[in-house]
Design a protein around this ligand. Structure first.
Ligand code: FRU
Length: 505
C-alpha cells in the first residue's frame, strides 16, 4: 500500500500534469475539463472561499448549464469539487449568487447552524408549446456547499418573461432585509426586490436605462466599497454587464457609483455618464464575494473571456477561466469617485526571486531582463516620462510574436495590442489593439502587469485603469523587452517576480 506521503506526491504530480497543458493558466482558476463562463455564488463561509461557475459538464462549448464548484483556503489555490447544481428536467441553472443565512431566515438551515442559500435563474428553453422562460429559484446546502437541495416550491420569482435573469442577493443593513438585484436585459433595467425569508420577494425599485445601453444588460452586482481605503467611508457600486455593447466590442462591463438606502439605488452621476470597469476585452460578469469579514477589503472576480469568441478559444480540454481575485475600492479623483482594482494580496505569496532595476539606459535594462521573464510573472514599473513620447513593453515575446502594453503620451492613452500575439486566427474579433484614456499630469506612468501564459491583466496608476486580455503566444515566447520612441524616459524603475504555479503544491 502507498504511504500517505507518496500518495500526496503522486496526487500533486498528477494535478500538475493535468494543469500544465499549453495555455493553461497557472494561478488563475480554470476547470480541469469542459466549458465555463460566469462566476456564480462567490461566497466566503466557514474558512473557505467558494467559486461556483457556469459549467457544461458534458463538453467544451456552452450548453447544459449547471454550477461547477471549487473551494480555496486563500483565493489562489483551488480544488475543484463535483458539480453543485445540475441541469434537471430541462431547466438549466443560469447565473446567480449565494448568501450565508446566519439566522435561518429561510427555514432551510438545520441544527441551529448557518447554511448557504443559492439564488439562481432557472432557464427553460423554448419548446413546441412555450416560449423560453427565465425565473428565480433557490437551493440550499447544510454541509458547507458540498451537496445542494433545490427548493421544492421553486420558482420564487416569476414574471413569465423570456429574459429576466442573474439575481445578485445580499443582506442590506440599511433595509434590514435581503435584497436582490436582477436584470431585465432587453429593457436595460436592474430591478430591486426585498425579502425577509429569501422566499417571498416584493419589488422595491428599479434602475435604468442609464450609461451604456447596447445589447443586453446582464449580471448586475451591487457592492458597498470603501472610499480611499477607509473602512468607515463607503459608497455603493452597481456593476452591470453588457453583451454585446461593451466598450471594446462584444461583452464588457460598466458601473455606476451612488447610494443604496435599502430600497433604491441613486446614481451620483448624470444618467449619461458611462464608466467602464475594465478596458480590456476579456473581463465579464464579475461578482463580489458575499460573506467576507467586514474588516476584509471586498474581492471581485470575473470570467476572463468575451462572448464574441468564447466558444472558439484554442484551449483544451477546458475552455474558460476566471480573472485573478481583485481587491476593489473607490478612489476620490478630480472627476469623482472611481473604481480601483488590484490583484488580491495573496498573489504575492507565489513570488519567486525579485529582479530590480532602475536607470535610463534602455539597452542595459533589456540585457538585464534577458531570460528573466518566462510565462508567469508580475511586472511592476514606474516610468518618469521626461521627454519620452511613447513607451512599450513587449511581453510573451518570441522572434515573430509578442503582446504589447504601451503608453502614447500625445494621445493620452494606454494600449494593449495582441495583433501579433501568436494564435489569433480563430476569430476575426480576437486580434486587435484596444485603448484606455489616461492622462498623466505628473508625467509618471505606473504599471502593474500580471502575465499567466495566456492571460494578461494590466493595472495602471494603482488600479485606476484595468485592462484584461487573453493572448495565445507560440511555445517558447518568454521574452520581455522595453522600447521607447523619441528620447528615453528620464527614469525607469522595474521590479519583476516570477510567479510559481498554484497547482504545484
Ligand atoms: C452572461 C450570461 C448570463 C446567463 C449566463 C448563461 O454571460 O449570458 O446572463 O445567466 O451567461 O450561461
Amino acid at each position: 500500500m502507498l504511504k500517505p506521503l507518496a500518495l500526496f506526491a503522486l496526487t500533486a504530480l498528477f494535478a500538475h500534469a493535468q494543469y500544465n497543458e499549453p495555455y493553461r493558466p497557472q494561478f488563475h482558476f480554470s476547470p480541469k475539463t469542459n466549458w465555463t463562463n460566469d462566476p456564480n455564488g462567490l461566497v466566503y463561509f466557514d474558512g473557505e472561499y467558494h467559486v461556483f461557475y457556469q459549467y457544461n459538464p458534458f463538453g467544451d462549448t456552452w450548453g447544459h448549464m449547471s454550477w461547477g464548484h471549487a473551494v480555496s483556503p486563500d483565493l489562489i489555490h483551488w480544488q475543484e469539487l463535483p458539480v453543485a447544481l445540475a441541469e434537471e428536467n430541462g431547466v438549466m441553472i443560469f447565473t446567480g449568487s449565494i448568501v450565508v443565512d446566519e439566522r435561518n431566515t429561510s427555514g432551510f438551515c438545520s441544527d441551529g447552524k448557518a447554511c448557504l442559500v443559492a439564488v439562481y435563474t432557472g432557464h427553460t428553453p423554448k419548446s413546441a408549446t412555450a416560449n423560453t422562460l427565465q425565473t428565480q429559484n433557490l437551493a440550499y446546502s447544510n454541509d458547507r456547499g458540498r451537496t445542494w437541495t433545490k427548493f421544492s416550491a421553486n420558482p420564487v420569482l416569476d414574471l413569465k418573461m423570456t429574459d429576466f435573469r442573474d439575481p445578485h442577493v445580499f443582506w442590506s443593513a440599511a433595509g434590514s432585509r435581503w435584497v436582490m438585484a436582477v436584470a431585465l436585459p432587453n429593457e436595460h433595467k436592474v430591478l430591486f426586490y426585498g425579502a425577509s425569508d429569501l422566499k417571498h420577494w416584493s419589488k422595491l425599485s428599479e434602475f435604468g436605462p442609464a450609461g451604456a445601453v447596447g445589447g443586453q444588460w446582464e449580471c448586475p452586482t451591487l457592492a458597498e466599497l470603501p472610499v480611499d481605503g477607509s473602512p468607515t467611508r463607503t459608497r455603493f457600486v452597481l456593476k452591470i454587464g453588457l453583451n454585446p455593447g461593451g466598450l471594446q466590442g462584444g461583452s464588457g462591463e460598466q458601473y455606476f457609483v451612488g447610494t443604496f438606502d435599502g430600497t433604491k439605488f441613486t446614481n451620483d452621476n448624470p444618467a449619461t455618464t458611462t464608466l467602464w470597469t475594465d478596458y480590456g476585452k476579456d473581463c465579464y460578469c464579475a461578482l463580489v464575494f458575499n460573506g467576507l469579514p467586514r474588516t476584509q477589503t471586498p474581492v471581485m472576480l470575473g470570467w476572463m473571456n468575451n462572448w464574441q469568441y468564447a466558444g472558439k478559444v484554442p484551449t483544451q480540454p477546458w475552455r474558460g477561466q476566471m480573472t485573478l481575485p481583485r481587491q476593489v475600492g473607490l478612489k476620490t479623483t478630480p472627476a469623482g469617485l472611481r473604481l480601483v482594482q488590484q490583484p488580491a494580496a495573496i498573489l504575492a505569496t507565489l513570488r519567486g526571486e525579485r529582479f530590480a532595476w532602475s536607470g535610463q539606459n534602455v539597452q542595459e535594462l533589456n540585457t538585464a531582463l534577458k531570460a528573466k521573464a518566462g510565462t508567469g510573472y508580475e511586472l511592476q514599473t514606474s516610468i518618469t516620462l521626461g521627454d519620452a513620447q511613447k513607451i512599450e513593453w513587449k511581453l510573451l515575446a518570441s522572434d515573430g510574436a509578442w503582446t504589447t502594453v504601451g503608453y502614447d503620451r500625445a494621445k493620452g492613452e494606454i494600449y494593449l495590442d495582441r495583433t501579433r500575439s501568436g494564435n489569433v486566427a480563430f476569430s476575426k474579433d480576437f486580434p486587435g489593439r484596444i485603448t484606455a484614456p489616461l492622462t498623466l499630469p505628473a508625467g509618471v506612468l505606473k504599471l502593474r502587469i500580471i502575465v499567466d501564459r495566456s492571460t494578461l491583466e494590466v493595472f495602471a496608476q494603482a488600479g485606476l485603469v484595468a485592462m484584461t486580455d487573453l493572448t495565445y503566444p507560440p511555445a517558447g515566447a518568454n521574452n520581455i523587452e522595453f522600447t521607447t520612441e523619441g528620447p528615453a524616459p528620464k527614469r525607469t524603475e522595474v521590479e519583476l517576480w516570477p510567479l510559481t504555479s498554484a497547482w504545484r503544491r
